[in-house]
Design a protein. Sequence first.
Length: 592
Amino acid sequence: MTHIEKLSAIRALMKEQGIDAYIIPSSDPHISEYLPEHYKCISWTSGFTGSAGTLVITLDFAGLWTDSRYFVQGPEQLKGSGFELVKLKVQHAAEYVNWISEKFNNGATVAFDGNLASLAVAHAIKSTLEPLNFTINGHVDLLASIWKGRPELPKTTAYTLPISTTGQSTQSKLDAVRSELKEKRVTAHLISSLDDLAWVLNIRGTDVPCNPVTLGFLYIATDKTVLFIDPSKLESKTVEELNGFGIEIQDYTDVRKTLKSLTASDRILIDPKRTCFAIYDSIPNEVEIVEAMNPSTLLKAIKNDVELQHERQAMINDGVAMTKFFKWVEENVASGTLSEMSIADHLRGLRAEQPGFKDISFDTIAGYKDHGALPHYKAEEKSNYTLKPEGLLLVDSGGQYETGTTDITRVITLGTPTAEEKEDYTIVLKGTIEGSMAIYTKGTRGYQIDAITRRPIWATLRNYGHGTGHGVGFFLNVHEGPHVINPSNVDIALQTGMISSIEPGLYREGKYGIRIENLVVSKDLSSNQFGDFMEFETITICYIATDLVEKSLLEKTHIDWLNNYNQWVYDSLEAKLSAEEASWLKEKTKAI
């Protein structure tokens, strides 16, 4: 079926069932960012492959609501699909709900599949439309009957990690979660989010590309713990280990049966942002529901010393791969044989040579020239540029290692940079340095660091449309909450042990893009009569190109930081490189 034919088939079902508007979120029953093939509903329906968006289908209009990261990619992928791009004003906001309220008269019927919509999204739909006499049905899957050959749910083997890797036992983590539940006076808790489940049980899998997670639900009650999972994924030794912590194994599909058995004496905690509406709606009405963030989400974000030591080692291994990669690109670009897709494949191969490599942490963004101006660009056959010895190349990539998750962006010039390119690059670099050097008090929120990072960029009347940073998991999801470094007023303080990215950028549509990203760890600095102070430790180890720097735009503090950083990179990697590679890196890390 073509996308037009799929859209027609959906509309035919809408007419049959009296549905005026059908909503398809980009999600799954676990409210994941990255999805198993089975749940890539937006891609199958419209052709759009971005990681964030919502489709709204009416009988005379079909739109994709998405944010500024996809304003260029969206229209390209939607061509000929019958869908139009609708630009979100606020990232992740459910602005399509207001559009629906204005388009239809009272009495219209709006439907969605509750397995794909978070409770928070369902609340937004219902709270806006029900007062206007709309009928809302959150249990409608219009794709099931028309998606022929739909991929099955993955059945890959799940496995546990030793305490020597995690630094904390499963029992200790369960105790920590139960302590939080006791404080909130709840008797039960359901974890739907796959990275929270993975952290609590020290379990990993390969069900989702780039994310080392396994599909399941985790039910934690006062007196019992149940993992709902396809039993065929667990080897007998893993079952035995989990049983040893008092964890029962039940089939993945039995979770709603357990929830339906709850009684009026139960009080259950669920995270509205990380639990699907279908799960929520299976809880009996007489059960009190406490909507709050999963306790494990904050516990997981604060890395212990063992995790941080492993992460630092992963950064060295990743830095070796990155060094080999950029040397290879520089030496082969003139051949005319390199393309955006081929260099992404080569980088993956270099990472795969490193100890403990499991996967990449997201699809590599290799953006040459104007493709670099697309923050979430992924090269495909029809867009795949061949590299030439000219222009800028942006590479945003990462690896999943048994000892950590990496995420790094670098920009290099493949020829002689222009004055404009050097100025933009240097201004972005100043933002990266300012954010990395920030000293802040305990209790500081991400939006405050965001403003510090943007200050030198704003000072030149430039800006970028994405956030400055996100949390990063330990051998888990590359995007991890609850903390973020962006302009939104998320009320989560940066705490000791949290890993964040710092990644300001500048994008000139049709020309090039620049982003320089490192990962940092929040750590204690000092305490005095004025308060408790913190700082960042930069843990990413890869040289920052200096031939794009316009030194006159930097202050001495910036120059010192850059020189010290690049020297540290060389000192950290030299022993793991060949003599030729070390010599090449020594030249790249020379002080300016």
